[in-house]
Design a protein around this ligand. Structure first.
Ligand SMILES: [Zn+2]
Length: 253
């Protein structure tokens, strides 16, 4: 945890109202935003006290971050300091990707090994391992694609979310892949157990099979939790003001 600067002139040159994005530079610190009426002091970076910087993501910090961003995402992103957290967010993403891959493959593998409906073929450990590796890498890749999307979308909307900030919030929101993974694992298992081989599963709807639609639907639904967390995060940081030790450019509108 880093120290908060004790003296800091706010609003400074780049200051925006956190609620509406209006430039509040030159206003008195006890004034209100001329656009939306929110007190200027509410937009001060000193209100953002959550700093996750550290050389290494310890298990204790990891557990704390899981709770913060899974259970109280709005408050956590609202208090997230706009400054660098070093490599902690990336470590958080890679650990979540690993865990999400583990959750999917464990549910599918254990489901196939121990809860065997009459026509269900046991999934070999090699397949579970491949599923684990594919999911872990896939989730990291999808999270990086999301960062590019958030950066481009924010630029179009005039929000102040450049790539480094998009990267941080997507890494922190990657905790949403964990419930998504549990959902996908259960879905794959249920499709395998109750769908594959049944006549309705291979039924053609136009050019596609019902089974393919089920897998595609599962794939889309698995995104929802992560996407929701990213959306919550962007809303909480899109006009946020950086700590004074960081240069910050105003968005082009
Ligand atoms: Zn305002």
């Amino acid at each position: 945890m880093a120290d908060q600067p004790t003296t800091f002139a706010f609003p400074n040159q780049d200051a925006l109202c956190e609620r509406c994005g209006y430039s509040i530079k030159g206003l008195a610190s006890d004034a209100a935003c001329p656009e939306c009426g929110q007190p200027v002091a509410e937009s001060s970076p000193t209100k953002r006290t959550l700093v996750l910087a550290g050389p290494w993501l310890t298990l204790k910090l990891y557990a704390r971050m899981l709770g913060l961003f899974l259970l109280r995402p709005k408050q956590s992103f609202r208090s997230l300091a706009i400054r660098s957290d070093g490599v902690i967010p990336e470590q958080f993403l890679f650990r979540n990707s690993f865990l999400a891959g583990l959750i999917i493959s464990a549910i599918v593998f254990i489901g196939s090994a121990f809860i065997i409906p009459p026509r269900f073929h046991t999934i070999p450990i090699q397949s579970a391992l491949i599923l684990f590796i594919a999911c872990s890498i896939g989730i990291s890749l999808l999270t990086y694609i999301e960062m590019l999307g958030v950066t481009a979308f924010s630029r179009r909307r005039g929000w102040r979310v450049p790539f480094p900030l998009a990267q941080r919030i997507c890494c922190l929101a990657s905790v949403g892949w964990l419930p998504g993974a549990a959902f996908v694992g259960l879905g794959i298992w249920m499709i395998q157990a109750f769908g594959v081989g049944r006549p309705w599963f291979d039924h053609l709807l136009g050019l596609v099979r019902v089974g393919w639609l089920l897998y595609a639907g599962l794939f889309v639904l698995s995104f929802l939790w992560f996407e929701t967390l990213v959306w919550i995060a962007v809303r909480q940081v899109r006009f946020a003001n950086a700590w004074p030790d960081l240069p910050q450019s105003t968005p082009k509108t």
